[in-house]
Design a protein around this ligand. Structure first.
Ligand code: GAL
Length: 369
């Protein structure tokens, strides 16, 4: 019996030493997502958590209700937990100065995930090429209306952009606007409301109801007299959902209005199937997480050769040291992935990612994780 007890004691000791070793060995990664109220951040938060855990990291995930103060607080709590690294998707890229100073003081590596933070404590930025996202939306409208061959024909359209606090939103808008500007300038496109400035068309917090309200107002003010609406350029799916709802309830015309989006969210995929939205720009979540994990791993192990690292992902990804600055003149090394256009006709590309499956009737696809 004595022998058994001492054996048990030794075993317990060995096991607890192992437990301490693995807990001490595992680096801690704090993951700060902006909100649970927008579909994509739920998916990103969960998948980042899952993949970082699977790679042996300890993770702490927070969501900040799109509230800047809450996010500052949440990140401070992560720092108090002695995280080695922070992955942050900022609610407001300009509003994290104090907490970024604190991260820098503690030597915590910061990766800006998807949205850039305007602070030099950011070591790396992982995202999709945001300007290209907008460009794909603009080109989609250009080709759907065959603007290049319009001749004397004219088309009416409106714009809805994203959250001004989100550094991406301006890139999306400019990417789209730059494609369409020549047609606006030569009169082929008429923006009937006259609202073509980013600040006029922006949507605080990418909120669906805010986009819906503005769209209803514009439809009532400029289209109630029977003016035809041909297209509505929306920067993402949460805003496109609001615009599509406004068109359905408040637009009297019977033409199919071209509506763009981004993220391939569930509601929007149904809308695409039902012709209430025409396209979405998909940014493969799995790929963004693979790249983030590889960058995180390399950064936690020491200096990164970004150029070389970007060749190891097996995914199309540019290492870009020119396009993004955290403060004027301070370029942020960025890993930029390539987005894909999704329409009614190629939803299979989503299924191929493993994150979506066809519905029971094989008519549209929905997220499975
Ligand atoms: C952006 C992101 C988009 C979209 C939007 C609203 O920063 O790049 O994919 O989801 O936020 O959540």
């Amino acid at each position: 019996m004595k022998k058994f007890v001492s054996l048990l004691l030794v075993l317990t000791l060995v096991l607890s030493v192992f437990a301490v070793a693995s807990a001490e060995g595992a680096k801690k990664v704090g993951i700060a997502m902006p909100t649970k109220s927008l579909e994509r951040w739920n998916s990103d938060g969960e998948y980042l958590d899952e993949q970082f855990k699977a790679a042996g990291y300890e993770t702490l995930v927070v969501y900040s209700d799109n509230d800047v103060n809450k996010q500052v607080n949440d990140i401070q709590n992560l720092l108090a937990e002695d995280v080695d690294m922070l992955l942050i998707t900022a609610v407001d890229g300009q509003a994290l100065n104090t907490v970024m100073d604190e991260a820098a003081e503690k030597g915590v590596i910061v990766i800006a995930y998807d949205r850039l933070i305007m602070h030099d404590a950011v070591s790396y930025y992982v995202s999709y090429d945001n300007y290209t996202v907008g460009k794909l939306q603009g080109e989609f409208v250009e080709s759907a209306l065959d603007l290049a061959n319009a001749g004397d024909k004219t088309f009416n359209m409106e714009f809805t952009a994203g959250d001004p606090a989100d550094n991406n939103a301006g890139y999306f808008f400019n990417g789209a606007y730059d494609v369409l500007k020549p047609y606006i300038d030569n009169g082929t496109i008429k923006v009937v409301s006259g609202q073509t400035e980013f600040q006029q068309v922006a949507t605080a917090q990418w909120n669906t109801d805010t986009a819906l309200d503005r769209a209803q107002n514009l439809l009532a003010s400029y289209y109630a007299d029977g003016t035809v609406l041909d297209a509505w350029l929306c920067s993402n799916d949460s805003t496109a959902a609001g615009v599509a709802q406004a068109i359905e309830s408040d637009y009297a015309g019977d033409n199919v209005v071209i509506v763009t989006g981004q993220d391939a969210d569930d509601v929007n995929l149904v809308n695409i199937y039902e012709d209430k939205q025409t396209m979405s720009v998909y940014k493969n979540l799995g790929n963004e997480v693979i790249v983030t994990l590889a960058v995180a791993k390399a950064a936690l192990e020491g200096e990164i050769d970004g150029e070389q690292l970007a060749t190891t992902f097996g995914i199309e990804c540019d290492f870009d040291t020119e396009s993004y600055e955290t403060t004027p003149g301070n370029k942020c090394p960025s890993f930029l992935l390539v987005p894909t256009v999704v329409t009614k006709d190629n939803m299979q590309v989503l299924v191929d990612t493993g994150f979506y499956a066809w519905n029971a009737d094989n008519t549209y696809v929905q997220k499975v994780k």
